[in-house]
Design a protein around this ligand. Structure first.
Ligand SMILES: Cc1ncc(C[n+]2csc(CCOP(=O)(O)OP(=O)(O)O)c2C)c(N)n1
Length: 651
């Protein structure tokens, strides 16, 4: 059965004339053990919520996964798909892509991300098991990771967090083949990986990855452990290839016709490319349906639930928000209109979350050790610990990257809605995972506070200037920068309602005045940008601003207006939503035939498209400085007077 995987991998890579045969061939034995003896799954019901998760963190070995999905009987991955490996419109992309085919649990390829996702999946499993009981939620999360995954820094954050939380149902099979692209790993790394993981509080074992019984024994022992487990499986890359096995050249290049012929002989595999004998297919298919009985038993237990509990479970898994959320948010927005608080938007975010977390049970908040700065923890949230997964708040520690990857895993797992905080400037520390939230269309909410020079004295290392532009450059990521407490509430509503992608909320450290003074039942931020203050008379100037600079624009508008220049102010909390509006709306909001001034305490990259020929940008040209916020705004000339001057110069 393992040789079927080897043959399909080498043949598909050869047919594509690109890909990675070494890893699938080296891991075929241990994968066969996992998929035929342990993994709880049903190829006919890929979305069964209580299936075990299998994460191929070493995503370059994608043919291993595709071969397994095909052989075990996932409909999406038929032989035609294997023949079309790495071609346009196939489901069998170079690296596994979430959503391309059933059975691909997450997008992998950037090494270490899958490992981090798996930690999040294992966390979600524990949270849901505590909430709904072991009868409904009780599964393992398996990971196959290579040297590359374990060399990446993210593996440290993820493994350390998993050890701390004692995620006993997380089992990592380490493809310990001592080879990476540049050659033997001794070129670069001397880490004793099991010792390293033992230090994180994991259970560790070393086995011969080609000794199936040894692998099985190690997995069986890992399942009984009360800690996460790393099984270092010593393997030979491209096992079975007569002259190339064990060599780095097999990592990422086709074996070549001659070597493939030699492999067929060595493995006693006399079949044509993409041909697998019926008896072996039948054995694989029966492995693929091994889980059907436990799935049926699970369905019976689900059906036996009372109406209310069943409703909660189904809604959580579907990721639907409770109907009372909009009512609660509406009431909260009315309070804000009455109060008109001057509040930092990070504090406003905390207040909005109080409302959200009161009615939404699925939110799981957290912060990378900046809880009181990010305002991410609300009164309803108990802390999640190794002994108590009944809480809804995770102290991720100073592990931004691990946090973001774990949140992806939680969102992919389903049943929970993760949000997590750090400073906007440290979005760089989790950017690779943010990019994957966007690519995988996962609802992950990033709470990114201290969003400009407005944070003040901490200085330029902590003052983001290029980060809004950098985040806006990621496709399918909504970047929100609300202007006041009311907009912050609206942006939270929009983030939660967006099931098909992540959101980043850029929030101020410093207080900002209320700028939305009227109640509106409609969520005005939903269109991305809208006229906040109309001109008195026919507008000659449009001021476009986001976040904390909206109030500067309002002040400038009043000066311009008094000087006889009718001026309007547009708040632009979310460029992505604005760009999704129709041409007429966008043109009207941007103010045709007016001078346009963009105001944002960040670099101007991206603003040009809104400003047009009679436009100017007031913002940052370089890094910030360490000083009180007010002094910095004056120093960098982001003031109402500067806006007025720029507008007058263009009138
Ligand atoms: C973050 C990241 N950096 C670099 C790469 C490119 N890359 C893909 S596989 C690989 C080597 C991985 O070595 P190993 O995990 O030992 O895989 P094996 O050679 O055993 O297949 C590298 C550097 C990547 N995919 N992701």
């Amino acid at each position: 059965m393992a040789n079927a995987v080897r043959a399909l991998a080498m043949d598909a890579v050869q047919a594509a004339n690109s890909g990675h045969p070494g890893m699938p061939m080296g891991c075929a034995d241990l994968a066969a053990v996992l998929f035929t003896r342990f993994l709880k799954y049903d190829a006919q019901a890929p979305d069964w919520p209580d299936r075990d998760r299998f994460v191929l963190s070493a995503g370059h070995g994608s043919m291993l996964l595709y071969a397994l999905l095909h052989l075990t009987g996932y409909d999406d991955t038929d032989m035609g798909q294997l023949r079309k490996f790495r071609q346009l419109d196939s489901r069998t992309a170079g690296h596994p892509e979430y959503g391309a085919a059933a059975g691909i649990e997450t997008t992998t390829g950037p090494l270490g991300q899958g490992f981090g996702n798996a930690v999040g999946m294992a966390i979600a499993e524990r949270i849901l098991a505590q909430r709904f009981g072991d009868d409904l939620v009780d599964h393992y999360t398996y990971v196959l990771a290579g040297d590359g995954c374990l060399m990446e820094g993210i593996s440290h954050e993820a493994a350390s967090l998993a050890g701390h939380l004692r995620l006993a149902k997380l089992i990592v099979l380490f493809d310990d083949n001592a080879i990476s692209i540049d050659g033997p790993t001794e070129l670069t790394v001397d880490d004793d990986q099991p010792a390293r993981f033992a230090a994180y509080g994991w259970d560790v074992a070393r086995v011969d990855g080609h000794d199936m019984d040894a692998v099985a024994q190690a997995i069986a022992a890992a399942r009984e452990s009360d800690r996460p487990s790393l099984i270092a499986c010593r393997t030979e890359i491209a096992r079975g290839a007569p002259t190339k096995a064990g060599h780095a050249s097999t990592h990422g290049s086709p074996l070549g016709e001659e070597e493939i012929a030699g492999t067929r002989t060595a493995l006693d595999w006399p079949y044509a490319p993409f041909e697998v004998p019926d008896d072996i297919v039948a054995d694989w298919r029966s492995a693929g349906s091994r889980g059907a009985k436990s799935r049926e038993a699970w369905s019976k237990r689900l059906d036996a639930l009372g109406m209310t509990e069943r409703g909660s479970f189904d809604r959580a898994i579907a990721g639907d928000l409770p109907a009372k959320l909009s009512e609660a948010m509406d009431a909260y927005k009315q309070t804000l209109v009455a109060e008109k608080p001057s509040l930092a938007t990070r504090a406003a975010s905390g207040r909005a979350l109080e409302v959200v977390n009161e009615v939404v049970n699925e939110t799981v908040g957290g912060s990378a050790d900046l809880t009181s700065s990010n305002n991410t923890k609300t009164t309803q949230q108990r802390i999640i610990t190794a002994d108590d997964f009944g809480g809804r708040y995770l102290h991720y520690g100073v592990r931004e990257h691990g946090m973001a990857a774990a949140m992806n895993g939680m969102a992919l797992h389903g049943g929970v809605i993760p949000y997590g905080g750090t400073f906007l400037v440290f979005s760089d520390y989790c950017r690779p995972a943010i990019r994957l939230s966007a690519m995988m269309q996962q609802r992950v909410i990033y709470v990114l506070t201290h969003d400009s020079i407005g944070l003040g004295e901490d200085g330029p290392t902590h003052q983001p200037v290029e980060h809004l532009a950098a985040l806006r450059a990621i496709p399918n990521l909504q970047v929100f920068r609300p202007a006041d407490a009311l907009e912050t509430a609206e942006c939270w509503e929009l983030s939660l309602a967006t099931k098909t992608g992540p959101s980043a909320l850029a929030l101020t450290r410093q207080g900002v005045p209320a700028v939305r003074l009227e109640y509106s039942q409609e969520n005005l931020c939903a269109r991305g940008a809208y006229e906040l203050v109309a001109a008195d008379g026919k507008a000659t100037v449009t001021l476009l601003a986001t976040g904390s600079e909206v109030s500067i624009a309002v002040a400038a508008r009043n000066i311009l207006q008094s000087a006889g220049h009718p001026t309007r102010v547009v708040s632009m909390p979310c460029w992505e939503l604005f760009e999704a509006q129709d041409d007429d709306y966008r043109a009207a909001v941007l103010g045709p035939d007016t001078v346009r001034i963009g105001v944002e305490a960040a670099v101007g990259m991206g603003w040009d498209r809104f400003l047009g020929p009679r436009g100017a940008f007031i913002g940052m040209q370089g890094f910030g400085a360490s000083a009180p916020a007010k002094d910095l705004y004056r120093h960098f000339n982001i003031t109402a007077d500067a806006v007025v001057e720029a507008a007058k110069a263009l009138l």
